[in-house]
Write a protein of this length. Structure first.
Length: 260
């Protein structure tokens, strides 16, 4: 049996705790450590209960842990500001760092679109949750026609948005918009996030609107369907909730014509 790579998580909030449980089901990675800054955090308590090594001394405590020498990959699930400090401490160790914040020190990574092109980097930025859900769709449209503008709206449950997410709202919109352009291929990108307080909490929903050059509905729909299948291969449950819709944009009348 192939030995799984060992992973550490920085951040014991909602995202880090959710990731810990996912890694425990992984056939590729084994979660070996979790670092937080609140000794009383629920995330660290859950990790202890699962016999995961923990520290409440942040990244400094992580690098001092006995298990650190065996760590292959580190996930940072803190905040954009904290990631800059965390990576400054980690860079010298040469470990693969997966940035789950909008800090974007390293290149943007959207696996279905550009994973092969960034494999040699040691700091990989996963954009944002909304970016991971929508940029593949923008890229799919771009494989058929020119995408002049793409706008995404990410709606997530308010209950799932912890302090780090709420502190990063501006970074979310800026990082996602840039990635829509650089990875998705749109001429211009815009991102909006909505924290929905509905109870029971909603499952994340994302909407993509784009201004494109062609109205070939069948080609656009086929490209989107193929991309959805690619993403669903590594994100179970990812699916298209509504068929592709196209609306023609009327051409603007010339000034002369408007005066007649």
């Amino acid at each position: 049996m192939t030995q799984r790579a060992r992973a550490a998580i920085i951040g014991s909030g909602n995202i880090g705790t959710d990731l810990m449980h996912k890694l425990r089901r992984s056939a590729v990675l084994d979660v070996a450590a979790m670092a937080g800054i609140d000794p009383a955090s629920d995330g660290l308590a859950r990790a202890r209960a699962l016999d995961v090594a923990v520290t409440a001394a942040g990244v400094g405590g992580l690098v001092e842990m006995n298990v650190f020498d065996d760590i292959d990959v580190i996930f940072d699930a803190t905040s954009a500001e904290a990631h800059h400090a965390n990576y400054a401490r980690l860079e010298a160790f040469g470990r693969l760092v997966i940035d789950l914040t909008p800090a974007a020190i390293g290149p943007y990574v959207v696996p279905a679109v550009n994973l092969a092109g960034v494999a040699t980097h040691r700091n990989l930025n996963m954009v944002t949750c909304g970016g991971q859900a929508t940029i593949p769709i923008v890229a799919a449209l771009g494989s058929v026609t020119r995408v002049h503008y793409a706008e995404i709206v990410a709606s997530i449950a308010s209950r799932s948005a912890g302090p780090g997410t709420r502190a990063n709202i501006d970074e979310f919109t800026e990082t996602t918009a840039r990635a829509i352009e650089t990875v998705g291929g749109a001429g211009r990108g815009k991102a909006i996030i909505v924290l929905n307080p509905a109870d029971p909490p909603m499952i994340m929903r994302d909407t993509v609107a784009a201004l494109v050059s062609t109205a070939d509905e069948s080609s656009l729909a086929a490209a989107v369907a193929a991309m959805v299948a690619d993403v669903a291969a590594y994100v179970p449950g990812y699916r298209l909730r509504q068929d592709v819709r196209i609306a023609a944009v009327p051409r603007a009348r010339s000034t002369t014509a408007a005066r007649r």
